[in-house]
Ligand binder design. Structure first.
Ligand code: S3P
Length: 170
């Protein structure tokens, strides 16, 4: 049985930031699926989308999920917003959803110090109207597949980390 925690949630909800903070607090390895794909392909996500298309990126996510299933344990894994679609997600570990409203996420991204680069590196955020539609579609699905839902809008980071840790005992 895998002892990984799989952090899912919409683009910009703070999966990477939360994973790094969790790793530091609980002395736990953390990896990010987008980072793994970028390293393996030696190419930025936005370039992969531009050069090879979204379908190719989704195949790379599946490859990444297969590698996690065969080789990764006791790790916190933060996932790209569309990674939930891989066909072996449930086999990778406990699934924790970081949940927040679209408005909160948009505000978080657009008021960040490096807002321009945060928005630019996410091709699916290029058109806010489309992004909001995607959020509405995805959020329902995220909630049905999560083993645990953590509200990052209402909780501070300290409580968020504690909540995530609870997923190891469910
Ligand atoms: C995507 C989210 C991105 C990245 C890619 C596609 C998505 O990751 O994987 O741009 O489909 O929601 P973040 O959730 O880390 O932004």
């Amino acid at each position: 049985m895998k002892e990984n925690i799989i952090l899912i949630g919409f683009m910009g909800v703070g999966k990477g930031t939360t994973a790094r903070a969790y790793g530091k607090k609980y002395n736990c390895f953390n990896i990010d699926t987008d980072d793994l794909i970028e390293s393996k392909e030696n190419c930025k996500i936005k370039e992969i989308f531009k050069e090879e298309g979204e379908a190719h990126f989704r195949n790379l996510e599946q490859e990444c999920a297969n590698w996690i299933e065969s080789s990764v344990n006791n790790t916190l894994i933060s996932c790209g917003g569309g990674f939930y679609n891989v066909n072996n997600l449930k086999k990778l570990g406990k699934i924790v959803l970081l949940d927040a409203s679209y408005e909160w996420i948009y505000n978080r991204l657009s008021t960040a110090e490096n807002a321009k680069s945060k928005l630019k590196k996410r091709p699916l955020f290029a058109e806010p109207k489309k992004a909001k539609k995607l959020y509405k579609e995805r959020n329902k699905i995220y909630k049905t597949i999560a083993d645990l839902i953590v509200d990052v809008e209402k909780n501070d980071i300290k409580s968020v980390l504690k909540e995530i840790n609870k997923s190891l005992y469910i």
